[in-house]
Design a protein around this ligand. Structure first.
Ligand code: NAP
Ligand code: ZN
Length: 348
């Protein structure tokens, strides 16, 4: 199938229109017309080469919602015309203990990310959601519940699951005290999801500039990480902190904010951090953990959770042609929401 998208051709050139082919349907494949595609900071890291050499040309995008165009003969879960979604993975070995445990993101043989990795059968490089169409095996396609607005659902597929999964894993429940460091794409989903779980949520931001947005999302307030007195006053006051900061940073201002047995979960910077001190960890049996997206079953769960609790990402719709401008804004971390590409307005 012929399609068109926007691709990066190197780490230091802008994304440009790119014509390419999607594979012919295998028996268990679903062909999807992409309607909306979220813009994750991970797209930016990947395109910029922050995470190593990339197989350019590369079409980013792993927050995908659309409509089923065609299904292979063995597909049982999806019908033509159905609203569906695709997240950060399009395949895994399906045989290891992690895959059997519905944690394909930790597949022992390496999951296949939605873009930038060889397909398990043909070794063609996978290409993501900044395009009009995608072909994905049935097991990695999600159902979009009717109660979700398609136009505003895409960021659940990465920002939603990446924050939902650690909030669940680290036991957030009614009355938990949750901190969210960084109010961007991931952060603004973390706040809404934790609030729906019954937690009392505080945003920890570089300043108090995003206070209105934080409160609108349900947070009780904002703590400025540049205000030392405020940080000191907030010592030992969180059970779980989700750290979404996308650059190398210092954990030392944040770990003392955890109560005894509290956990700080890193989901942002994949790579080096400043040297952490063991003292606050030892002195309060505090933990630092990490977390990668979530499994397919859990991704369906977060879509259903958002539908049930009427949670929608805050989406600023952009045209495909505006992607390079959006990346510049994202780099600065100024927006407390998500850019979403309106693929319906993009013509070949
Ligand atoms: P984003 O929309 O750019 O938000 C990041 C937020 O971090 C910003 O809004 C800003 O919040 C804060 N920030 C930005 N630059 C900073 C700096 N220099 N120092 C301190 N804080 C800064 O990014 P995102 O899409 O949420 O993604 C966040 C990170 O998570 C990225 O690194 C991304 O690759 C990663 N990620 C990981 C996973 C996973 O599975 N673990 C999945 C998706 C994304 P304030 O203005 O409030 O400080
Ligand atoms: Zn992402």
């Amino acid at each position: 199938m012929k399609t068109i998208g926007y691709a990066a051709h190197s780490a230091d050139t802008p994304l440009v229109a790119y014509h390419f082919e999607r594979r012919n349907l295998r028996p268990n494949d679903v062909a999807i017309e992409i309607l909306y595609s979220g813009v994750c900071h991970s797209d930016l890291h990947t395109v910029n080469g922050d995470w190593g050499e990339q197989p350019y040309p590369l079409v980013p995008g792993h927050e995908i919602v659309g409509r089923v165009l065609e299904v292979g003969p063995d597909v049982t879960k999806y019908k033509v015309g159905q609203n569906v979604a695709v997240g950060c993975m399009v395949d895994s070995c399906q045989t290891c203990d992690q895959c059997h445990n519905h944690e394909e993101q930790y597949c022992r043989n390496g999951m296949t990310p939605t873009y930038g990795a060889p397909d398990r059968i043909t070794e063609e490089i996978t290409q993501g959601g900044y395009s009009k169409h995608i072909v994905v095996r049935e097991e990695f396609v999600l159902n979009v519940p009717e109660k979700l607005d398609m136009k505003r659902a895409a960021p659940i597929l990465c920002a939603g699951i990446t924050t939902y999964s650690p909030l669940r894993t680290f036991g957030v429940k009614e009355g938990s005290r949750v901190g969210v460091i960084g109010l961007g794409g991931l952060g603004h989903m973390a706040v809404q999801i934790a609030v729906a779980m019954g937690a009392e949520v505080t945003v920890i931001s570089r300043s108090t500039d995003k206070e209105d947005e934080a409160k609108e999302l349900g947070a009780k307030g904002i703590l400025s990480s540049s205000d030392e007195a405020a940080l000191e006053a907030a010592a030992s006051s969180f059970d779980v902190i989700i750290d979404t900061v996308p650059v190398k940073h210092d954990l030392n201002p944040y770990t003392p904010l955890l109560d005894v047995d509290g956990t700080l979960v890193i989901v942002g910077q994949v790579g080096p951090l400043n040297e952490p001190s063991a003292a606050p960890l030892i002195m309060g049996r505090r933990r630092v953990a990490g977390s990668l997206i979530g499994g397919i079953k859990e991704t369906q769960e977060v879509l259903d959770f958002c539908a049930k609790h009427n949670i929608h990402p805050k989406c600023e719709m952009i045209a495909m042609e505006d992607i390079n401008k959006a990346y510049k804004t994202l780099e600065k971390g100024d927006i407390a929401h998500r850019f979403v590409i309106d693929m319906t307005a993009f013509e070949a």
